[in-house]
Design a binder for this molecule. Sequence first.
Ligand code: PSU
Ligand code: MN
Length: 304
Amino acid sequence: MKDYLVVSPEVKKAIEENKPVVALESTIISHGMPYPKNVETALKVEQIVRENGAIPATIAIIKGKLTVGITPEEIDYLGKKGLEVTKASRRDIPVLVARGEDGATTVAATMIIAHMAGIKLFATGGIGGVHRGAETTMDISADLEELSNTNVSVICAGAKSILDLGLTLEYLETKGVPVIGYQTDELPAFYTKESGFKVNYKMDSPLEIAKALKAKEELRLKGAMLITNPIPDEYSMDKELINGVIEKAVEEANSLGVKGKDITPFLLDKIQKITEGKSLEANIQLVYNNAKLGAQIAKELSNL
Ligand code: PSU
Ligand code: MN
């Protein structure tokens, strides 16, 4: 394992001393936002984690090494390369490692690598899920399987309605992944607070969430908890507007026959273009909000 995994000295020390650490993904940098906003956001997210008392660990595959705590230069490199970097989920890890190539890690791959390093929490924007039309395409993100198998809990703003949120919840239920709403009993839908679906449990403080995570850990229950944190009111988008935009983007993807790992980045890009950057601003703000909550939970957890 030593030869494959590289953990930055700062992150390594924090883990050894049981200090709060929050993992961060890198697909959101390369495939989730345009340059240079992606790099600015990734660096600011790290700063927010620090301001809230935890150590950030942005994760990526750099020249075949599973790297935990990449440098600002590496963040800039992934941001500039954008879609040219391989979007790396679970299935891509062994090949990229063997070839000594770079990979920007999805939620699934980031969870795997965070777990190898001993990190328990991970904050991001949105997770992958069951796509609309999955009953015929079978397009279900590997993120969901990972949540059911790997002990790294994820803080996100729910899932975008580019996905079928109802089916995504059903899948998580089958797999035994608890879905928590932070100060809400409704599943947030990324750009908006409401989705029309309920979470399993509403929790009102970082301490309450940390206690549940601790219980899961001590009971050795495999898998993650999914902590959903609604976008702050001031950045929330108009529901009708965003749903119309998503509808249009999905139709375009279907008519062009976009499939597999390309579909999520395609839809994100379309949505950003149609809304002329409004959705990007909302996306950035909800990631900041999740980074803050992630750090707060990590802090409580390290004190339990
Ligand atoms: N959803 C977003 N932004 C993202 C992603 C999803 O709102 O950047 C990225 C995440 O890295 C997630 C991945 O893990 O897309 C899911 O891709 P797929 O559906 O191909 O598994
Ligand atoms: Mn998919």
